[in-house]
Design a protein around this ligand. Structure first.
Ligand code: THU
Length: 162
């Protein structure tokens, strides 16, 4: 017997950043400003990520590329590594992710790549608290996602190793 299983994914889309509350707007602003620190001479795609931690601190990070392309790392994984190196397994309330390009065209949200989704899920399950995501370009629509595992159905996890 075969059974068709369905997967439902819900997220919130805002017309622009003026609809964010003050705390979320500040976090997104930090992610946007952080894009200036990205090292992306090969893709010219400058990503900034900002995390609001359980202790109310905000940590930012950026993508860091390399002439040996696969050695580059995304902003999201740089961020998680920085946070856990500084604080250990501290809960992350929200992560805002933004980007800029050489042509300045950044008017729609982009979402984390597959490897980053996997890393975000690992972090969530380690600290046992969901991470909210706020995704936006330098302007335009904003997407809010309440829980990262929703972005990666049937994800591989520690349980699979048992
Ligand atoms: N990148 C990120 O930093 N985060 C993402 O979610 C997607 C892609 C980086 C990797 C690379 O440095 C550049 O953006 C282009 O792929």
């Amino acid at each position: 017997m075969s059974e068709l299983k369905e997967y439902k994914f819900s997220y919130r889309e805002l017309e622009n950043d003026s609809l964010l509350n003050k705390e979320d707007f500040l976090l997104l602003s930090k992610a946007r400003t952080a894009t200036e620190k990205a090292y992306a001479p090969y893709s010219n795609f400058f990503v900034g990520a900002a995390a609001l931690l359980a202790n109310k601190e905000i940590i930012t990070a950026t993508n860091q590329e390399n002439a040996s392309f696969p050695a580059g790392i995304c902003a999201e994984r740089t961020l998680l590594s920085t946070i856990t190196s500084l604080y250990g397994a501290i809960a992350i309330d929200t992560i805002a992710i933004s980007y800029n390009k050489q042509d300045g065209n950044s008017d729609r949200p982009v979402s984390p790549c597959g490897i980053c989704r996997q890393s975000l899920i690992e972090y969530e399950s380690r600290v046992k608290q969901p991470i909210r995501l706020i995704l936006a370009g330098m302007q335009g629509k904003v997407i809010i996602i309440d829980d990262v595992p929703a972005l990666l159905p049937l994800n591989f996890s520690a349980d699979d190793l048992l």
